[in-house]
Design a protein around this ligand. Structure first.
Ligand code: OSB
Ligand code: MG
Length: 363
């Protein structure tokens, strides 16, 4: 099997500010595998720096090259056997997920099956929302929200942090009324001492508060004091972590990101567990290129994904993506690709333009 590790740099259409810092561009590791009759694409969602989780793009690149590929060398690895072959390696889920996505894409392309069909999709369009970063002031945030509402988004997620929470949420709720589905994401920026302040968010009819704290126990005690549902993101690293979070009562909604949990197969297992427990799920985003976006749309089409996902249209992230752009329909949905595999491929000219380095291996 031929494996290519390619680093690309895509500038963001606008900087994205959160409790984690400001992002100006995306340094993305793409994995492609050639299996004789087809090529598959995987995207590693690890960010430029280890600020969301401990993984970051250069680390993921190194672990794939120096640790994961050597373990696969001489085997007849498939997407379904990958997990077992890499089971001795702790963590590095985003790195593993990128390899799995590339293998899945290659295998499904050869058998002419779409990822959506393979995963068990129940629909051909999915409801999506937009995630908005920390703005200069609440008045400007209202203008930003208006731009996206006018564009057709029906669900808005606001990033919050200490010093940027109650006021911007109150101002946006006031400007748009109760029709707008609104939720917030704290990215672990709060401590237990800030629970009373966060409880004031109950006044704004939010669909959920996403991961305000770092750990499961703090979320569980917060959940007992507020009415707004709690959703976990960073804490959901596996099916086992999800089981633990649900039994502790740490959340009542789950954000599933395939990269964070080690791949689309584990993402589906978490979905299945949540469906069995009656817990709604939605698909989170990591500023993916069109490749990861295509695969996330397939996942978000599963029946348990009953809340709008962080899968905005391509132009929200990049002036020019590496695939044909995904576009929002007036009803706030994006279509699920139906072609074999992930259903999209990079445009070779655009890919060449944004490529910083390429390494090739035969394993
Ligand atoms: O916390 O959901 C998050 C992006 C990078 C890292 C973490 C998060 C996010 C987002 C962006 O919220 C969502 C998107 O891709 O539109
Ligand atoms: Mg989040």
């Amino acid at each position: 099997m031929d494996v290519e590790l390619r680093r690309i740099r895509l500038p963001f259409a606008a900087p994205f500010r959160t409790a984690l810092g400001v992002q100006h561009d995306r340094d993305v590791l793409l994995v492609s595998v050639g299996t004789g009759d087809s090529t598959g694409w995987g995207e590693c969602v690890a960010m430029n720096e280890p600020i969301y989780t401990s993984e970051y793009v250069s680390g993921a690149h190194a672990v794939i090259r120096d640790v994961l590929l050597p373990l696969l060398s001489g085997t007849t690895v498939t997407a379904l056997t990958l997990g077992r072959l890499l089971a001795s390696i702790q963590g590095h889920r985003m790195a593993k997920a990128a390899l799995e996505m590339a293998l899945l894409d290659a295998e499904l392309r050869s058998s002419q099956i779409s990822l959506a069909t393979f995963l068990g999709a129940a629909r051909d369009r999915v409801e999506v929302g937009v995630a908005l970063g920390i703005d200069r002031d609440a008045a400007r945030l209202v203008e930003t929200v208006r731009k996206y509402v006018d564009r057709g988004y029906r669900r808005v997620k606001l990033k919050i942090m200490p010093g940027w929470d109650i006021e911007p949420v109150a101002t946006v709720r006031d400007a748009f009324g109760s029709d707008l589905a609104l939720q917030v994401d704290g990215n672990r920026a709060y401590g237990p001492a800030e629970m009373p302040r966060l409880s004031a968010l109950d006044a704004f009819g939010l669909a959920m508060i996403e991961q305000p704290f770092a750990d499961l126990v703090t979320h569980a005690s917060f959940a007992r004091t507020i009415h707004t549902p709690i959703c976990l993101d960073e804490s959901i690293t596996s099916t086992e972590a999800t089981r633990l979070a649900l039994s502790l009562g740490s959340c009542s909604i789950v954000n599933i990101k395939p990269g964070r949990v080690g791949g689309y197969l584990e993402a589906r297992r978490i979905h299945d567990l949540c469906v069995a427990r009656g817990v709604p799920v939605w698909c989170g985003g990591m500023f993916e290129t069109g490749l990861g976006r295509a695969a996330n749309l397939a996942l978000a089409a599963l029946p348990g994904f009953t809340m709008p996902s962080d899968i905005s249209e391509s132009s929200r992230y990049f002036e020019r993506d590496i695939t044909d752009p995904f576009v929002l329909a007036p009803d706030g949905t994006i279509g699920v690709p139906s072609g074999p595999g992930i259903g999209v491929a990079p445009d070779p000219d655009r890919l060449a333009e944004v490529t910083m380095s390429v390494e090739r291996f035969t394993i």
